[in-house]
Write a protein that binds this ligand. Sequence first.
Ligand SMILES: Nc1nc2c(ncn2[C@@H]2O[C@H](COP(=O)(O)OP(=O)(O)OP(=O)(O)O)[C@@H](O)[C@H]2O)c(=O)[nH]1
Length: 660
Amino acid sequence: MQNLIDIKRFEQLKGTGELPSPRGVALAIIRMTQVEDVSMGELARVIRGDPAFVGRLIKAANGLVGHERRAVVSVHEALMMLGLPAVRTMALGFSLLSNYRKGACTAFDYTRYWSSSLLMALAMQALARPVRAMAADEAFSVGLLARIGELALATLYPVEFGRILTAVRHSAGVRQADLEREAFALDHCALSAAMLADWGLPEIVIRAVRHFEQPATARLRENSREHALVQSLVLSRAVAQICLAEESEHAALMPAMLRLAARLGVSREHFVAACDRVASDWVEWGRLLQFETHAAPRFEMLAGLGEQGETAAPAAGAEFAQAADASAPAAPDAGAQPGSLRVLVLAADVAERQRLRQALEQDRLTVFEADSGSQGIEAVVDLQPHMLLVDWQLQDIAGIDVIRSLRETRLGRTIYMLLLIPSEDDFLLEKVLDAGADDFVARPFRPVLLASRLRAARRMVGMQLELEREREEIRRFAAELAISNRRLEEVAMTDALTGFPNRRYALDRLQQEWIAVTRNLRPLSAMIIDLDGLKQLNDAHGHDVGDMVLRQCADALRGVLRAQDVICRTGGDEFLVICPDTDLGAACHCAERLRAAAEALRIETGGPQLRITVSIGVAARDGRTGSLDALIKCADRGSYLSKQRGRNRVSALQREADGD
Ligand SMILES: Nc1nc2c(ncn2[C@@H]2O[C@H](COP(=O)(O)OP(=O)(O)OP(=O)(O)O)[C@@H](O)[C@H]2O)c(=O)[nH]1
């Protein structure tokens, strides 16, 4: 991760407390789903607290079911269908969507941003099954959040980011990411990736989000899952762009999209049907989220145009055309086999290319063509073929020079290269070997000979792919180990009853906050919350009921907590709340809200309805609390004082000492 994003810079931005972040019920859902043993029943109960989220969750689950099965109608079913990780990320996405629909950056079109993100979410979901880069349930949220860095920049730097957007709009050739790096020391792609990493999304997703706007820079292996994920994002972005584009631009955008889909192994028929479904789902989602969605294009019709319009220029400003390369060499028809090997034929003569294509296709290879060296090298980067068949002389350059320069690149070293030579002459053969070709085919070109050469090529490519698969297995294994280590760490830091971070986490976190505020002289407060009379409740109703009281009280406190505060369970009936960037007055105000929430709570036990109150002590970092220990003790004494004064109240020793 270190070389993907500048962690230090991200921490600075995070430290401002102004990065888009989830709130309220969504925050509660996210915290709950971080705990492995959270029950579906508990989760469903919290989710029902947000009727808007209920609707969106059920709708997303129905998007997965497709039309073959009975529709999902309850929260419980939706949870079973989607699973915890997907629900978690979905809560995150929808919470951001609800809370950041408007903002201060006047040049940033918030509605269009979310409309486009929603389209990407739907397209990712539709592509997940045929492409198999990731589970469809998670794909939705990945699409929704893939460009969150832009929203973050609009939120953090409304004026400066607005200026950049305006500059990009008015001057062709200026790249948004370059200007962002100049102004903010990181661009929106890096920021999106850092935010997703911070929210705990899997590493493969983070890397894909980091690179999908400039896939060529990522240098990914063609058959890897990561490559498929990046390309799915590129394609989903293209679907979003075409849905939002003017009608006059549709025909120009379609061919590149169809080519990309074919390269991902998605047949034309399947892709067009998926796009039409995305377009109609988008309109429905628009209604649910109260977004304006205009009539989406009819993909069926555009696909027809795409067949005739392969050479049409991309529309001005169409970002996708840059990523998908509208001038890519002629791709095969939808017949491209998802698992078949790709061979790129570089030959100047059209008739010869045609003959080679026939022979290669008979051998079940997927054939791409180009006629010049420069076009060929671009095509190699774009298509990453398994084999290359290069003619002795191309339009602009000798075949051996193409091979030689490709062999100097990492990508070129993995391709099996055959050179077509004019005759089987010793001098030529020496040159072939010198240039780094793996084999040759001499003229006059004989299909039987080519077939035997291809057999050797297949064996070599097969061995190489096998090796890569093994490497990928090892990488995946290492990643799984890292994830399970992380889970263990999380479990060790989490209180099982409430799902809150535990005492160990609280002290670590408080220590970090203490160091941070000492450095930048910002306020910091803490509070100790102690439940009143839990022993009596335990004695009267049993320990199980005592547990219910603890859990429901914890939920109530979490429900009214501000987004930046962290609540932890530090003892049997004791909680610690860390309030960064908060002075004593503001902390007392929060404490009062927490106290009132506990008092208003009616605890359902399945038997009698119970009530509980809490005693709170508040302390802020100042000259009198010169150490972390002193801060905690001061808050603790405050809570003791609240008990002494009759419970159900908030006390702050520092405020009393100041006579407030
Ligand atoms: N049900 C349940 N009870 C717990 C848990 N942890 C601690 N307790 C109980 O909480 C009670 C705390 O008792 P005390 O410290 O006397 O506090 P209290 O009864 O809340 O009374 P005051 O704090 O004086 O208002 C004890 O009876 C503990 O057994 C738990 O996880 N579940």
